[in-house]
Design a protein around this ligand. Structure first.
Ligand code: ATP
Ligand code: MG
Length: 200
């Protein structure tokens, strides 16, 4: 009885190995990717910073532009901002519902975007994280065509990670990998404060 099951398992695993090996052999391209992490669930920025950690671990040159500055000191910023492999730029305003001033927000978004544009033209930067960029497009703070052009024209080997809810259709169209983080439940909606280390 047991050996029957073991034999079936072995056959299934052999088939699976053939399938996986075939897929690995078919993936021969090696180039810079555009990743988008969108959706309403928690995990977009923290995933982006996970890739930053991986990249820094490999000695890659990285840059982060944060398009919304939260009210608190993020752990990822404290960890990476003095790292010589990481260039950090933070948009000089807080959440748009806190500044409540469209012209101030637009000026800050443009200043941050010019940093991003310079990075997207820099062959020496291996990874660029554009955290919360999508809001700059949904609020109309940045010109979509200009953003798409810089992303498309970047160095061929440069990876870019964009985070934020409601990524626009055009952005999704030019992305290589898109993940939508779906909210199943979030403690904040049940009265729990943002937690150090998990949320910031
Ligand atoms: P994280 O940085 O934790 O990966 P995120 O980037 O996916 O979150 P944002 O919309 O940028 O999500 O949210 C920033 C902050 O808001 C984080 O502290 C996060 O935990 C919290 N948050 C994320 N999603 C939700 C949600 N659905 N409801 C309430 N708070 C949320
Ligand atoms: Mg985020």
């Amino acid at each position: 009885m047991k050996s029957d099951r073991d034999a079936r398992h072995k056959r299934a695993m052999q088939r699976k190995k053939e399938y996986v090996d075939g897929r690995i052999a078919a993936a021969t391209e090696d180039r810079g990717l555009l990743l988008i992490l969108t959706g309403n669930g928690k995990g977009k920025s923290s995933s982006a910073f996970g890739m930053l950690a991986r990249s820094v671990g490999h000695g890659l040159r990285c840059a982060v532009v944060q398009f919304i500055k939260g009210a608190w000191e993020c752990g990822e910023r404290l960890l990476f901002e003095d790292n010589p492999l990481v260039e950090f730029h933070i948009m000089g305003t807080g959440f748009t519902w806190e500044t409540q001033d469209r012209q101030t927000d637009i000026a800050a978004a443009e200043a941050a975007w010019s940093k991003a544009e310079a990075l997207l033209a820099d062959e020496a930067t291996d990874l660029v994280i554009l955290d919360e960029l999508t809001y700059m497009l949904t609020y109309g703070y940045l010109d979509k065509a200009r953003v798409l052009e810089a992303l498309r024209g970047r160095p061929a080997r440069q990876h870019v990670v964009v985070t934020g809810r409601n990524a626009s259709r055009e952005l999704l169209e030019i992305a290589d990998t898109v993940s939508e983080v779906n909210e199943v439940r979030h403690a904040f909606n049940h009265g729990v404060k943002a937690q150090k280390g998990l949320d910031y």
